[in-house]
Design a protein around this ligand. Structure first.
Ligand SMILES: [Zn+2]
Length: 426
């Protein structure tokens, strides 16, 4: 307890003293309006070449489960309905990031939980197998030092994160098993409430009024292990509960600003400020529907409803049905393209975060293969437009070093140090 209190005090003091929460006032942040596209591209390339570049939320494990999918081959989002592979990471100047162990929220029953737990561990193993098969171009990272050294070796960095606490059911001990298998962030909820906490988007409203007792125990266990806690998808009350309880800084692995677009998935200014005050980071999400009003398209809705009824009713699909399901999905997306937000909107959210939190608390996540993507930045190979737009608006190379990886690595270090401190004092 003492260790935790003194750590918190040190953290708060150092945060208050050294973190410029009005970081946007820097005089050298002058827009580069007079620069040509070539000049901006050249500087953007050098930013990506000289710095660790991490996307904190990639749902590519969902795609790894497709029969025959090879992450070492280049695909296209239009023809293959997939947004992440190693060749495109290289093209986009992205070293790597967090591959996400995602479980959709199912029933809060013994069977439902067991299924989610088994599937969660299967996904972790699949990530390890995939990286092993590509050992010449990628390695698993569990610390910031790993990330920097894997990058030095010219390889891609693969961290592992969890999206949805459903993956532990009601068994807190499983967090240690996930940690031992390399998982370094724990996203408490997804789009519906679970045993641990309330989600920001459950149509039935609150179940626990924030964190449940089990959820509180999960946060304490994450702190003890040195695992980052991810508040993306949590209800505001859940997020406040986590911030109050967590002994270490938290992350939002993929979230935007409520002040820019009032969607319950986005974070209001008070939450942004508190995350920053406690040393955490918010990784700007590139999910279009959280940045704009999506115009109604009855034909698209009807076509996808039919597709869901055919292929996502819960029954197991055989191989030919899986193939047909993917082919029809790709064809439907071509016929009824999804309305997309813009690179400019993504950077508007980042501008707002800078005003509220300062440059030390911001990062970037595409949410690729999980619904993310905006016009001109539809896959991991198209991250350069984001950097170019930030440079155009006057962000410095040092700002971008922080946004693209240094900030979130600082949080990972803080969590690891806290866990080591606890161990040393026990
Ligand atoms: Zn998500």
């Amino acid at each position: 307890m003492n260790v935790r209190k003194s750590y918190l005090l040190t953290l708060l003091l150092s945060t208050c003293l050294f973190v410029p929460l009005q970081g946007n006032e820097s005089p050298d942040r002058t827009p580069r309006d007079d620069w040509s596209e070539e000049q901006l591209l050249e500087l953007a390339n050098s930013v990506h070449q000289n710095n660790l570049t991490i996307d904190t939320h990639m749902d590519v494990p969902l795609v790894l489960k497709r029969p025959g999918f090879d992450i070492s081959k280049e695909h296209s989002w239009q023809d293959h309905a997939n947004q992440v592979d190693f060749p495109r990471m290289k093209k986009g100047g992205i070293d790597g990031g967090f591959f996400v162990v995602f479980e959709g929220q199912g029933p809060l029953t013994h069977e439902g939980r067991l299924k989610a737990i088994n599937s969660g561990f299967e996904t972790v193993d699949l990530i390890h197998t995939t990286v092993s098969k590509n050992a010449d171009i990628a390695s698993i990272a569990t610390t910031s030092q790993d990330a920097y050294s894997i990058r030095e070796q010219g390889k891609h960095v693969v961290f592992i994160g969890i999206e949805n606490g459903y993956t532990i059911g009601r068994n807190i001990d499983l967090l240690k098993e996930y940690y031992d298998k390399g998982v370094r962030y724990f996203g408490v909820t997804h789009v519906k409430n679970n045993d641990l906490a309330d989600s920001s988007t459950d149509p039935d409203g609150n179940l626990h009024m924030g964190l449940s007792d089990l959820g509180k125990a999960a946060i304490e266990e994450c702190n003890r292990l040195g695992m980052m806690v991810d508040i993306s998808h949590s209800s505001d009350k859940t997020a406040w509960d986590i911030l109050e309880l967590s002994a270490t800084p938290v992350i939002a692995s993929h979230s935007g600003c409520y002040a820019c677009y009032p969607h319950p998935r986005n974070l209001n200014d008070a939450l942004l400020r508190e995350i920053a005050h406690r040393g955490g980071v918010v990784q700007m999400n590139m999910f279009s529907a959280y940045m704009m009003d999506v115009p109604k398209n009855e034909e698209r809705s009807a076509a996808f409803k039919k597709w869901f009824e055919t292929y996502r009713s819960g029954r197991e699909l055989n191989e030919s049905e899986k193939k047909a399901s993917l082919e029809e999905y790709i064809a439907l997306n071509k016929k009824y393209p999804k309305p997309l937000s813009s690179v400019s909107a993504v950077v508007d959210h980042i501008d707002h975060m800078v005003k509220v939190m300062g440059v030390d608390h911001i990062g970037i996540s595409g949410d690729f293969d999980g619904g993310g993507g905006v016009e001109e930045s539809m896959d991991i190979g198209q991250m350069m437009p984001i950097t170019i737009e930030m440079l155009r608006r006057g962000y410095t190379e040092e700002d971008l070093r922080k946004f693209w990886g240094a900030n979130v690595m600082r949080v990972l270090d803080a969590c690891e140090e806290y866990a080591k401190g606890l161990e040393a004092s026990s």
